[in-house]
Design a protein around this ligand. Structure first.
Ligand code: ATP
Length: 334
């Protein structure tokens, strides 16, 4: 019998390799301070898993993700693409969300940036086995389907509606890629008509790369295809101060995985030097996905407070706290 009034969720936890293990442990400790019952089930994936089991992503780990409400993922080392790309494909996680937000006491270039990049995750230039060698070179195909682009564009507008954003910007190169990005742009404005309360605009990807540096505060939600989204989101990470702070989400129809953008960082692994905030902000995205906005706000405010105080900071932010000291300070501020 569940005698608790708290909401409860089953979460697949995959710490993976390197600093993934430390930032995950720290994050779970912080989540324990929230008013939610999480039932955690741990799964293996990544380099260590491959050493132990001969495979980087065992079927039982995939099944675990399938049978959970959401998945928290730490990092995978050399096997990252075997693990994460395969999970995205198997679970049809079509939307990759990368928030770009500046926090105080970080290396952010601006203090007023807050936008979301919604990247199509299943097609474009990044489709496995779509490259081929020819006699005097190589060819890659770029695939844009109505179904996948409608789905991601609608996702971006719905995201804007649900998160009090006023504008969605489509990013493309339709002046050169007339058929593929021409179609993307056409679909974008068709769908925009269904959302009269949200402004719709579009920019070329090269211009966007410049505007992200000159006027990042003008963006609210960016929707774009796979390759452009990949590049612009790393530019976004640079604008707001580096890898230790950047979370991400991979969302499908019935599965979702939340992971920091950083990898396993073997140079600092096992030394408790890793900044846990990217993993904590990924957990915050999970809370919002689960509809737990109040608890997500609590977590966000606690992170903000610790950054504003500027005392319990990890080395990447110029402090001397270790991973767990910083996480404890965040938990104490919940
Ligand atoms: P992988 O091969 O797993 O991608 P990597 O070292 O090539 O690992 P990242 O893990 O993304 O790539 O890290 C790049 C650098 O950024 C690391 O060398 C590390 O010093 C720094 N870094 C990454 N994440 C963090 C973090 N959470 N806290 C502090 N520094 C970090």
């Amino acid at each position: 019998m569940n005698i608790s009034n708290k909401n409860s969720y089953k979460i697949a936890v995959i710490p993976g390799d390197g600093i993934g293990v430390e930032v995950m442990e720290a994050t779970i400790k912080v989540l324990d301070g929230l008013d939610i019952d999480f039932e955690y089930e741990y799964g293996l994936a990544g380099d260590k898993c491959k050493e132990k089991k001969g495979i980087a992503l065992p079927k039982e780990t995939l099944d675990l993700i399938k049978n959970s409400d959401a998945c928290l993922f730490g990092a995978a080392g050399e096997t990252a693409s075997d693990v994460i790309v395969r999970i995205r494909q198997e679970m049809k996680m079509f939307a990759n969300l990368r928030p770009v937000k500046s926090y105080p006491n970080t290396n952010a270039l601006f203090d007023n940036v807050d936008f979301m990049i919604v990247r199509e995750n299943t097609e474009g230039l990044y489709i496995a086995n779509q490259e081929e060698l020819i006699d005097d070179g190589a060819i890659a195909k770029r695939i844009i389907t109505k179904e996948a682009e409608e789905r991601i564009i609608r996702y971006a507008f719905d995201y804007a509606m649900q998160n009090n954003k006023n504008k969605v910007t489509a990013v493309h190169k339709a002046n050169v890629l007339k058929k593929t990005d021409g179609l993307f742009k056409e679909i974008f404005y068709e769908i925009a008509e269904e959302y009269p309360d949200i402004d719709a605009e579009d920019f070329y990807v090269d211009a966007t790369a410049m505007y992200l540096i000159t006027n990042p505060e003008n963006f609210e939600v960016i929707v774009t295809t796979n390759l452009f989204g990949d590049i612009l989101s790393d530019e976004g990470a640079g604008i707001v101060g580096g890898l230790g702070l950047i979370p991400s989400a991979n969302i499908g129809e019935d599965a979702a995985l939340f992971e920091p953008v950083h990898g396993s960082a073997p140079d600092i692994a096992g030394e408790k030097k890793a900044n846990p905030i990217a993993m904590l902000l990924s957990a915050e995205m999970m809370l919002r996905y689960l509809g737990e906005n109040k608890e997500a706000d609590r977590l966000d405010n606690a992170i903000l407070k610790v950054l504003e105080e500027g005392v319990e900071l990890t080395g990447d932010l110029g402090g001397s706290a270790n991973t767990f000291e910083m996480a404890r300070a965040i938990k104490n501020n919940l």
